[in-house]
Design a protein around this ligand. Structure first.
Ligand code: NI
Length: 162
C-alpha cells in the first residue's frame, strides 16, 4: 500500500477545465396573466358576430386566466452551461407581455393588439412578433398560450420546421 501523501496529486495540479457539451436544448419559461377580451369582428354585422362567437361576443366582455409558455432553442454557452440567463427571459416576458396585458382589456388597452381580434390564435402570433426580435440568445422556438387548462394555441414562427 502506498503511503498517504500530503502532496497534491498530478490530477489536482492540472489546470481546471470545463468540458462544453454540444447540442440543441429547448428552454421554457411560463408566465401568467389575467385579461378581459371580446371576440368581435367590427367589419361584420351584430348577427354575424353573435353566430360566430356566441358567448365570446358578449359586449360586456369576459375574462381568462392565461398561461403563456415561451420556448427558446439553442446551444448552452460553454462558459456558463446556460442557453441564456432565465432571469433575462423572465424580465423580457414581464416587460413586453405581462405588464401590457395583465388586468387589461385586450381589445382596447394593448397597443400591439390594436385592431386585432384577440383570439388565442392571433395572440400567439402577436406575442411572437413582440418577443422574437428581442430574444437575448438562441432562437425563439415556440409560444404556447393556454386560454383554459384544456385549450391552447401554439405558434412556431412564420416558417416552422415541419
Ligand atoms: Ni374568451
Amino acid at each position: 500500500m502506498p503511503k498517504p501523501t500530503s502532496k497534491p496529486s498530478a490530477a489536482s495540479r492540472k489546470r481546471p477545465s470545463v468540458r462544453a457539451l454540444r447540442g440543441t436544448v429547448f428552454v421554457t419559461r411560463q408566465v401568467h396573466f389575467n385579461a378581459a377580451h371580446r371576440l368581435h369582428n367590427p367589419t361584420k354585422s351584430a348577427r354575424w358576430n353573435a353566430e360566430k362567437y356566441g358567448l365570446c361576443n358578449n359586449p360586456r366582455w369576459h375574462g381568462h386566466n392565461y398561461v403563456l409558455e415561451v420556448t427558446v432553442a439553442g446551444e448552452p454557452d460553454p462558459e456558463t452551461g446556460y442557453l441564456f440567463d432565465l432571469g433575462e427571459l423572465k424580465h423580457l416576458l414581464e416587460e413586453r407581455i405581462v405588464k401590457p396585458c395583465d388586468h387589461r382589456n385586450l381589445n382596447e388597452e394593448v397597443p400591439f393588439l390594436r385592431d386585432v381580434i384577440p383570439s388565442t390564435e392571433n395572440l400567439v402570433i402577436a406575442f411572437w412578433q413582440e418577443l422574437e426580435p428581442r430574444i437575448p440568445r438562441g432562437r425563439l422556438h415556440s409560444i404556447k398560450l393556454y386560454e383554459t387548462p384544456r385549450n391552447y394555441a401554439e405558434y412556431r414562427g412564420p416558417n416552422p420546421a415541419l
